[in-house]
Design a protein around this ligand. Sequence first.
Ligand SMILES: Cc1ncc(COP(=O)(O)O)c(C=O)c1O
Length: 403
Amino acid sequence: MPSYSTLSHLDCSRDGSRHDADAVQGTSPLGAPLLARYDLDRAARLVGPAQIATRAPDLWRYHELLPVRDERHVVTLGEGMTPLLDLPRHGARLGVPRLRMKDEGLVPTGAFKARGAAVGVSRAAELGVTGIAMPTNGNAGAAWACYAARAGMSALIAMPVDAPVITRRECVVAGAELYLVDGLIGDAGAIVADAVTRRPGVQDTSTLREPYRLEGKKTMGYEIVEQLGWRAPDVILYPTGGGVGIIAIHKALQEMAELGWMRGPLPRLVAVQAAGCAPIVDAFDAGLDAGVTPADPRTVAFGITVPKALGDFLVLDAVRATGGTALAVTDDELLAAQGALARDEGTWICPEGAACMAAVGRLRESGWLDGTEDVVVLNTGSGLIYPDTVPVDVPTLPRGARL
Ligand SMILES: Cc1ncc(COP(=O)(O)O)c(C=O)c1O
């Protein structure tokens, strides 16, 4: 099936050196993420927006721009093509009437991590990998455990003991070998990196330490532009932890511009973090090219508790190259935004997505947004994953009570 993918090679994100895409790869010799490259001229000859519109509503509709070479290796649970919701009432409240939300709470496993897992697991299986191993803040581990099960692969997952409890259960129900770590994601990563050295056939699929998770997440960018009629919004806000999603959306936008599928300037990309863990925001403010590791990282938005991201320089580049910005919001602000959005629009989003909603309000107040822009917020997961973010303090009535 030679035309299913136009993958050509991998580039080192530091020095641009070229690497083989048909071998199992980790990072480049410089220890930097490898980025998948495609023959975009060929892709543009093979397919265009009109043909994509006739395909099934899942992320594999962009298969020429994804790394899986043979359709038979696709491992899917039906991920992708999530709604791009108008938020008229909430947008009016914030003074941003053209506010929309890409709702990733509706993918399998309840978080956008399913996209990276679907593509990452499919490509790993295609290359002969028999098991995956990864540290996680919860959602990625849950997704990779489920997709590994679907592919018949083993999964070793290590997550901080404070990660959302439901994600543990997802790993267990899918048969993963799960460990809770008394520490942060970096501590879990060190344990995994050591374990894979003794496990032949098992690949370390830590954030940006293999090239294809990013490709799955890239489809969020393709979908936003397709859903807007092959037009980019003015601004996209993304809750940034390891940064894969924002780097991937930037990559998708660049590819679509080169393919001739999208007109106009790239949207301004906004990296949103929590005040309790804001290494990229601090670096952005200080004009640095690498994250500034916080002393005591903590936030209720657990998915973005990433004190040191391997791809921090790529996130900063995505933000700066598009004229975007980076900002941090407090847990109080993001929880207030989560409640306000649910009351306005009836959708319970995860605290990471809520951080972006709070950021929209802040950027409007500061004048960075003037209220005329098309703004898209990425809600990266369902509020159902984080039930404890909403306290329930209501009376219990006796039977037959009258109100
Ligand atoms: C719900 C949620 N949002 C956002 C993120 C951050 O992801 P990224 O690595 O793309 O920055 C995570 C990561 O765990 C997450 O679980």
